[in-house]
Design a binder for this molecule. Structure first.
Ligand code: GTR
Length: 427
């Protein structure tokens, strides 16, 4: 009897140590370049053609890559129909009269339910015609983007965050303007650009509830499950939401040139902007800021945040199929240079920050560089930078753009200054 108990105890101890070791392995981030594993990247394209036939080959390959990214990583977006209504809630002067502020209510509906996204748009007050515009999601609600008291405080589920005065999963007035350093509206309108944004949580709340809430609820047939491990996770849902915002902008916002909208995002929302740009070619340009693992960083480098870690911390971001690649990046049928390449032939921007090792700046740079080789074969300029920059605040702005900003994981005036140069190439 005593012996059996000891055996059982030993068994339990061994099992928990093994589980613990596996977890620990997942959670220890490598920051040592010499420990990056050897890897072989899947090609962006195999075709040896040139000229017109290469353009055709890329169109076909693009479809194939989109399908593989959908199936193994982000999850397929719904194919069934839905209704969309875009109503203007209000408009007025903002930023001391320099900007026109507009707020729209974007209502989505299916037989299964409805969902409302609030869209906030700033355009220069004195523009003589439609302007190029940045469109990106924000982390904590439109009211955090600028201190303007007219901006609607989000009613959607909010993560508790003292910095923006959100408690009991509810946003509050205290958050007004809390993220304004990330959204330099005055600088953007002064440069002749528009900027449009919506709260990501209006589209899909950023927590794992088994894919029942947010826009997931509108499409029960497209819900990720054991039977359907290739259906949209939250990042794919956010990207789909960005396309719905573009629907609204293109049809209802004459101050914005709907053919010069650059999709932009920071961090998890930078992963989202890359996927939105890949799935929706109406976005005229694509910008990912510090997007890291699951964004622009090469997964096979397993530097900083890894596939296993991201799938453990954020089990709802990607489709269930992506979990097969936890601690198994070398088996991925895709890698992130191909995601950056999915923007081609449209201008694409990858940006990193020097202290943001978690997001693997060098891996982000490599993706931009490799994607640039595809652009070159399409007859466009490649990334005009061969090596990872030796110093921060170095970059190139062109069809394929990259910069390494000095400092932390963030999006700030330095980044936006480059994005203004970048968007100005859209004609
Ligand atoms: C981190 C996550 C990153 C990045 C970041 C963010 O916790 O590990 O992948 O997305 O959040 O969105 O700020």
């Amino acid at each position: 009897m005593f012996d059996a108990r000891i055996k059982l105890l030993a068994f339990v101890l061994i099992c928990s140590t093994l589980i613990g070791l596996t977890r620990a392995q997942e959670f220890v981030a490598n920051y040592d370049e010499s420990k990056v594993p050897d890897y072989t990247l899947p090609p962006i394209i195999d075709s040896q053609d040139s000229g017109e036939s290469f353009q055709t080959a890329w169109k076909l390959r693009r479809k194939e890559l989109l399908d593989t990214f959908s199936q193994h990583m982000f999850g397929y977006q719904p194919k069934s129909s839905f209704q969309l209504k875009c109503e203007k809630l209000e408009s007025g002067p903002s930023v001391g009269g320099k900007a026109l502020r507009q707020q729209y209510r974007v209502s989505l509906g299916t037989d299964a339910g409805s969902q409302v996204i609030h869209l906030l748009v700033f355009t220069p007050a004195n523009s003589s015609g439609p302007v190029p515009c940045f469109l990106g999601l924000n982390f904590r609600g439109n009211h955090t983007v600028a201190a303007d008291p007219e901006i609607v405080v989000t009613q959607s589920w909010s993560p508790n965050d003292a910095k923006v005065g959100a408690t009991n999963n509810t946003a509050s007035e205290a958050g007004r303007g809390a993220a304004s350093s990330r959204w330099p509206v005055e600088m953007l309108v002064d440069a002749g650009c528009g900027v449009a944004t919506a709260y990501c949580g209006d589209i899909d709340p950023d927590f794992h509830d088994g894919f029942n809430n947010g826009v997931h609820a509108l499409f029960p047939d497209n819900q990720p499950s054991e039977a359907h491990p290739d259906r949209w996770g939250t990042i794919s849902a956010w990207a789909w939401g960005l396309s719905r915002l573009l629907d609204c902008i293109q049809t209802n916002v004459p101050e914005v040139d709907g053919h010069r909208v650059a999709v932009v995002g920071h961090s998890r929302l930078g992963k989202t902007s890359l996927w939105a740009g890949a799935t929706d070619e109406r976005f005229a340009a694509v910008i990912s800021n510090d997007s890291g693992c699951g964004g622009a960083a090469i997964s096979r480098r397993a530097f900083g945040e890894t596939v296993g870690r991201i799938n453990t911390s954020f089990p709802h971001w990607f489709c269930p199929n992506f979990k097969q690649y936890n601690l198994n990046e070398q088996s991925l049928p895709i890698d992130q240079h191909q995601l950056v390449a999915l923007a081609a032939p449209r201008p694409v921007y990858v940006a990193s920050a020097s202290e943001d090792q978690w997001a693997d700046p060098r891996g982000e740079f490599l993706s931009a560089k490799l994607a640039g080789q595809l652009y070159q074969r399409l007859g466009l300029p490649p990334l005009a930078m061969n090596e990872f920059p030796a110093h921060a605040n170095t970059g190139v702005v062109g069809t394929v753009s990259y910069h390494l900003r000095d400092g932390k994981h963030d999006i700030n005036a330095y980044d936006w200054t480059q994005y203004i140069k970048f968007i100005s190439q859209l004609k």
